[in-house]
Design a protein around this ligand. Structure first.
Ligand SMILES: NC(=O)c1ccc[n+]([C@@H]2O[C@H](COP(=O)([O-])OP(=O)(O)OC[C@H]3O[C@@H](n4cnc5c(N)ncnc54)[C@H](OP(=O)(O)O)[C@@H]3O)[C@@H](O)[C@H]2O)c1
Length: 343
């Protein structure tokens, strides 16, 4: 069995869990798909290591879990960017898991560009490069005959993109709507239990779900970024953030929540694309949903999506995602998809 050689860029929450899953699912992948996934390179913000025979996953996990850099490993190289590192590696798939940077897309954008230009398939969970340069990267992948899979970049373990791109490939999507941001759903769920916005936000920050600067989540931009990727990948509509009308949840009060409840409604931050003629109207905004609506029932820690279609009926999918394992599992599934399509 020829191994499929992986280079993983970024060893944080998702990258380390991916390493765990690669170890855990090794036999399953061998038995089910006759594929052997071999990690031959990893890099973090300080260094990179490479071994053509395969790196020892347990050693990498031990180093990173003790809060050290892989610069402490033998043969580590420093002073190279991920793109420079990837430019010469003998590998099959690049797995790009660096932080989302919505201003420049870096370092992920250059890493993905370099890999695709070298005719290497890429799996990423990083929204930044996709939001900033979706058309360019998709075209580069297509022209070079390689894959760019990014299902984990939108709603982590929930297969929003796979349902849309694969299962609904020949339908016309009339409407897609979803709760795409876990943090705002957590805040709104606590507000539905009587907690004021400031208190709910503070709690969400204390448990590490919201950033110290929560604006990306609470002002709706994270959901909008995911909607941009859905529009490009699923609706095949070249889309950037400026095409989305965005409103966040900062101004929602307990009075708004109670008023909705008195009318048997629930307020959720809904991202939606609605077909109008040949185009789609893209919005993110707090929305009053009847309590019987499937998305209204999604509590803290949950995300969900609904596709309304012409020939596939209405599809609803949801996930309870309490840690990054489902996201890492989605990355692993993308890797396996590429590995099994290779000769
Ligand atoms: N966490 C989730 O549940 C989730 C869900 C969906 C999508 N995502 C996306 O997945 C990606 C990874 O998320 P995460 O939570 O794993 O992030 P994270 O914990 O912040 O880890 C990021 C990793 O990237 C490395 N890194 C940072 N700058 C780098 C650079 N210039 N060169 C090389 N490596 C660099 C970091 O190195 P150090 O280890 O040295 O700091 C770290 O290992 C993000 O784009 C995120 O938006 C995450």
């Amino acid at each position: 069995m020829h191994p499929t050689r992986l280079a993983i860029v970024g060893l944080g929450n998702v990258g380390l869990r991916l390493l765990e899953l690669l170890r855990l699912k090794r036999d399953t992948i061998r038995t089910r798909f006759e594929r052997d996934l071999l990690v031959v390179g990893v890099c973090d913000s300080a260094a990179s290591v490479h071994d053509a025979q395969g790196l020892d996953i347990s050693t990498i996990l031990d180093v990173k879990r003790s809060k050290q850099s892989i610069a402490h490993l033998p043969n580590a190289r420093t002073n190279t960017t991920p793109a420079e590192w990837l430019a010469h590696l003998d590998i099959d798939i690049v797995v790009e898991l660096t932080p989302t940077n919505l201003k420049t897309g870096e370092p992920g954008l250059s890493a993905i560009r370099t890999a695709l230009a070298r005719k290497l398939s890429v799996v990423t969970a990083n929204k930044g490069p996709l939001v900033l340069a979706y058309s360019e990267l998709a075209t580069l992948a297509r022209q070079n005959g390689v894959a760019l899979l990014h299902s984990a970049a939108v709603t982590g373990g929930l297969p929003t993109l796979n349902i849309g791109t694969r299962d609904l490939a020949v339908t016309t999507i009339e409407r897609v709507e979803g709760i795409l941001n876990g943090t705002t759903n957590y805040i709104l769920s606590r507000m539905a239990q009587g907690q004021a916005y400031d208190e709910a936000l503070k709690h969400t920050q204390e448990i590490g779900m919201a950033e110290a600067d929560p604006s990306l989540d609470v002002d709706g931009w994270d959901a909008a970024n995911k909607l941009v990727i859905i529009a490009n990948a699923v609706l095949r509509r070249p889309t950037t953030l400026k095409d989305v009308t965005v409103e966040g949840i900062r101004h929602i009060t307990l009075d708004d929540i109670r008023d909705a409840q008195e009318h048997r409604q629930t307020i959720k931050l809904i991202a939606s694309a609605e077909r109008i003629g040949k185009d789609y109207n893209l919005t993110v905004r707090p929305t009053r949903l009847d309590q019987s609506h499937p998305l209204a029932r999604l509590g803290a820690g949950m995300m969900g999506v609904i596709y309304e279609t012409d020939i596939n009926g209405t599809i609803f999918a949801a996930i309870q995602e309490d840690d990054p394992y489902p996201t890492a599992a989605a990355v692993l599934r993308d890797i396996v998809q590429i590995a099994t399509q290779r000769a």
